[in-house]
Write a protein that binds this ligand. Structure first.
Ligand SMILES: [Zn+2]
Length: 96
């Protein structure tokens, strides 16, 4: 699994949202177990409902990584474009 903190495009906001989702997942799993799921109570592995909930959070994480990477690359591209325009303006100003 990717170490998110090492990714240049993984922001503090991304991390905070993942923390909130993970908290909700853990809270929901505890509630689920307290309601008496016999599969989860056995403690061997989570039942299909819990696995599905875990997969939802895992899918969100994968999508957020892709979206944050795309946003980062788009902003980088736009910044490079603006910097190139500024250089051209500065060169034109110096030549005049
Ligand atoms: Zn269960």
């Amino acid at each position: 699994m990717t170490r998110l903190a090492e990714l240049p495009y993984w922001t503090a906001a991304d991390a905070a949202e993942l923390d909130a989702l993970t908290y909700e997942l853990v809270d929901a799993v505890f509630d689920h177990r307290e309601r008496g799921c016999t599969v989860c109570a056995a403690g061997v592995e989570p039942c299909p409902r819990v696995r599905a909930a875990i997969e939802v959070v895992a899918c969100w994480r994968r999508r957020r990584i892709l979206l944050s990477r795309a946003k980062h690359l788009r902003l980088r591209q736009e910044l490079d474009h603006v910097l190139a325009e500024l250089r051209e303006l500065e060169e034109a100003r110096c030549a005049a």
